[in-house]
Design a protein around this ligand. Sequence first.
Ligand code: GCW
Length: 673
Amino acid sequence: AEDGYELWLRHARMDPEAAAFPTGFMLDCETNSPTLNIISDELQSAFMAMTGSELVRHDKLEDGTLILSSTQCSGSLQSDLEAVESDEGYIIRSENGEEIGHTLIGAKTDIGLLYGVFDYLRQVASEADLTKLDITQAPAIDLRVLNHWDDLNGHVERGFSGESIWDWFRMPDYMSPRYTDYARANASVGINGTVLTNVNADATVLTPRYLEKVAALADVFRPYGIKVYLTARFSAPMELDGLETADPRNSDVQEWWKTKADEIYEYIPDFGGFLVKANSEGQPGPQDYDRDHAEGANMLADAVAPNGGVVMWRAFVYSAEEPDDRVKQAYDEFVPLDGKFRDNVLVQSKNGPLDFQPREPIHPLFGGMEKTPVMLELQLTKEYLGFSTHLAYLGPMWEEVLDTDTHVKKEDASVADIVDGKTFNHKLSGIAGVANIGRDRNWAGSIFDQANWYAFGRLAWNPKLSSSSIAEEWIDQTFDLSNAGEETVLSMMMGSREAVVDYMTPLGLTHLMGTGHHYGPGPWVDDLGRADWNPYYYHRATADEIGFDRTKTGSNALAQYAKPLRKKWSNLETVPDNLLLWFHRVGWDYEMKSGLTLWQEMVRHYDRGVDAVAKMQSDWLNLEGEIDAERYQQISDFLGIQHKEAKWWRDASLAYWMSINGLELPEGSAQPE
Ligand code: GCW
């Protein structure tokens, strides 16, 4: 049975007549490396699966051969390859000479070649004309990393697909083949780094017993081009070696980190560096000693610099004091530090200023820091979008973020341009995805959540790709559907995130999830220790009004954005409906662009969200028989859960709003069950 373990690398059987499949392949010159062996195996097993016959390895050119050249052997592609900016780039080109037709895949490095081969296989799966390939690719972003929020005891924070895949107990003596499959899946979409441990860090991972295990993983990942990173707990010198302080100005502390970094590099010569969450949600950090984030980050940066490591310092901070508006804090703390960070530090910011909500405006740190590379952190694990049971393809959300123009310059200042380093000419660039991977057979908890992992990798490689083209690729490789079936799945995916926004947090509302679990509705909760943990802090609904005023008359968080954005979002005429209550406080009878009152419009969104899920359910029924039974059934059952819970969200939310505004349900809206 198909249970999803193969991900998008299923290599379904194809019609042997359908394409000009290669007759064999050859490596351009006699080199050998673990990566080249992987490439050969990958090609051979893929073609065996797709065509049922062996792709023979030739040692001389024959008609129809696929020619692979890497490093010094890039033959006729040599000069074109020189123009490819990155060592990870590649060229795929069909050459149709007089008699001999063949395809060349060339790269400057073996890893580039591996990426090229995965791309080639993707072309095959999407039925591209294999005699007309002319592809030149290089990644736009340097560091394309997954962030695992995995604890050493196997628990995954906000993980909805089983326990951690890292079996710390059995490593390094037993290295599950799953680690290889993990590396292969990541490499197939260009992911080149992985942070193994939770940002709420445990210093134990920095001890020799664990470093040995980390090194064993790094050995598995290396031939796939994937580097390993760890989270560094700021107080580690105290916890592991009894130092009295972790003050970054203390020379013993500095020395401790240098020695620790050197020790790590002995185990893992290509260790990527550290990811740090400091002074946020109770985590230790430099502010415990009245030092700022730059001092903290720089101490660690100095420790890894001699070996080429980086520090990814998170900007998801919110402090012990209750703020007037929590969404302002990161900008307020970090922007004054711009220019103070070492050049191997990246500041890592979530896409929005709050916390991975179904919809937020962009974080003002994108564009807010000119001298510091700001890394984008996305969340693949859907903490606030229904975990792994609700279908929500996140491609459109990430596209919305990446395409948003920060307006900090006249041109080339979209979030994608900021993140890939173009806007301010940064040498280093990075993007992180909080992984949705666990020990479930299907890796991600559901089949459609695999698409979020896939889309993250593809956007990390090229943040300008469209989310629908990525979905199409994924569908081609994940199912074998009729054209009509493909259309159906595509439209389900493309509308799915907006459906979640509609039934959970329409019109710019936010953080209405039940506290702690973040799954179901809880807009009424108001007994939590801090004001900014209670949903009321965000919706502020009273009998007359709802919404958070972030204009000048309110918290003025809008001042953190460049003028064109500030103007657009502070004006009720120009703010889009979908961010209205994020930035404004209006009456329940406020007249919307549609002519409806706010209340009517809101109810319409809740209904629309539920209807969209019902539509996905009925669409899916049409695919019975086109998809293997096990995957079909799981998706079908999950859509059932989603439909039930979308109604729960709508009914519970509306009942709550009605208890506050005293209004009736508008005529024609769905009645609660
Ligand atoms: O979204 C919140 C989560 C926490 C998480 C934190 C963070 C790792 O609820 O579980 O902690 O963000 O990003 O640091």
